[in-house]
Design a protein around this ligand. Structure first.
Ligand code: ADP
Length: 423
């Protein structure tokens, strides 16, 4: 049980790779919450760095125990994961601390794509046929056993990293080897937070894609925003680009998407906090690609405002600590974000056209997150973007057009890997 001293303190689990810590820290400051950052750090680095609360994301049970030990001295109201990598740890720690949160089983199911498929399929939630394989399996043998087109994917990575479509056995062999390589490179043998030994193969779901941002309270789902993804996502790699809300889909389709997501949350056991669901929709209705027990990734949440001007992060923190939420309704105006894809591997040397892009009517902000003179890597090996373009406007059409026009003005000079290798 927590006492009055804990009223203002929360633990925010972040890593140095997170895009999202800043928005959560700002929201906490606005709400007068004291934040202790649980920073992902292996013990040797933590000894050297000495952050207030070092947490090793690769060892969830030990990480949860470290959080518990800290909170035993300094009580906290909530343990908030900023990204996918900490959702299971936050759930385990919350169980130890008796804080209301998703169960660790549900958090794990929302994190591990194989477990997720098992639970969705058992509950009859529309979701593709799937089969796990070992990274060391012979792709030539498996190629004869799977359906086409199919999608090969890692179990526990995110941002579409390592997700590849294959239309026939020859493509499958290549895709499998590539995804298996990405999975093996993603973690060491002792890494408990990753499954570095398996790859999932699923039937390809045709259709267009949407993302539902929602929040769960005692198992009840409320949609915060439904995003259309106007660019087709048909592979071979699945690069996210434009998200626009409100959705232009007819209300009955939107309702079907909501019900499918709510069914999926129940199947996984998710009951509290943010959910970010990706679904594909075709003539048979919505299909669940995935449901994550966290909020939208990257800097995309910048485009969401609720009630008078509440950010998504403020809403999540308010819910987590039980503060009043004035409104869960998104503002009236349409909003959109473009995740700027990385066109090729290499060294980012120069970004031009920012001023012209920023001057496009409706564009609110452009944030280039890739660093100059740093190596960048496209999908499927990479998992980041060049940056984000944000727009608001009267209608989703206007917002989408503004994002596309701003992107046309941007020019990125990338010195290709092949040239770097020769130097
Ligand atoms: P991640 O968690 O890395 O984003 P997902 O499983 O959500 O991985 O897949 C990333 C993207 O790949 C999806 O948004 C979708 O566009 C595409 N995708 C994944 N699985 C399928 C599938 N079975 N059928 C069609 N597209 C898929």
């Amino acid at each position: 049980m927590q006492n009055a001293l804990s009223d203002n303190r929360i633990i925010l689990l972040t890593s140095s790779l997170s895009y999202r810590a800043r928005a959560f820290l700002e929201a906490a400051r606005r709400l007068g919450l004291e934040v202790v950052q649980g920073l992902d750090m292996p013990p040797p680095l933590a000894d050297y760095w000495q952050p207030t609360l070092p947490v090793d994301f690769k060892e969830p049970p030990r990480a949860a125990q470290d959080i518990f030990n800290f909170a035993a001295q300094k009580p906290v109201r909530a343990v908030i994961p900023v990204d996918d990598g900490a959702t299971v740890i936050a759930a385990l720690a919350s169980e130890l601390l008796d804080l209301s949160h998703n169960s660790s089983e549900a958090a794990y199911a929302a994190r591990n794509k194989h477990r997720m498929r098992e639970l969705l399929s058992a509950a009859g939630v529309p979701s593709p046929r799937f089969r796990p394989f070992q990274v060391g399996d012979d792709p030539a043998t498996i190629a004869a056993e799977v359906n086409y087109p199919c999608v090969v994917k890692p179990l526990m990575l995110s941002a579409s990293q390592g997700v590849i479509r294959a239309n026939n056995p020859a493509e499958f062999e290549q895709a499998f080897r590539r995804t298996a390589g990405i999975v093996k490179a993603s973690g060491g043998e002792s890494d408990e937070s990753h499954d570095c030994t398996h790859v999932l193969v699923e039937d390809f779901i045709p259709g267009f894609e949407v993302a539902l941002e929602g929040i769960l309270t005692e198992g009840r789902l409320k949609t915060l925003a439904l995003f259309d993804k106007p660019d087709p996502l048909d592979g071979p790699f699945f690069e996210e680009t434009i998200y626009v809300t409100p959705s232009r889909l007819p209300p009955p389709v939107q309702e079907a998407i909501f019900h499918c997501t709510a069914q999926a949350c129940r199947a996984l056991g998710l009951r509290e906090g943010p959910v970010h669901a990706e679904l594909r929709v075709n003539e048979q209705g919505p299909w669940v690609v995935e449901v994550a027990g966290r909020s939208i990734g990257g800097l995309c949440s910048n485009i969401l405002r609720f009630g008078t001007s509440m950010s998504l992060e403020e809403l999540i923190l308010r819910q987590a600590v039980g503060m009043e939420i004035e409104s869960l309704n998104r503002e009236e105006r349409a909003g959109g974000v473009m995740m700027i894809p990385i066109p090729g591997a290499g060294l980012l040397k120069c970004v031009e056209g920012l001023e012209q892009a920023q001057a496009v009517p409706g564009i609110e902000e452009i944030e280039i997150t890739a660093k100059l003179d740093n190596r960048i890597m496209p999908l499927p090996e990479g998992s980041s973007y060049l940056g984000f373009i944000f727009a608001r406007g009267e209608t989703p059409q206007v917002v989408e057009a503004a994002l596309r026009e701003a992107h046309r003005h941007l020019r990125f000079t990338i010195v290709p890997e092949i040239y770097l290798a020769r130097r």
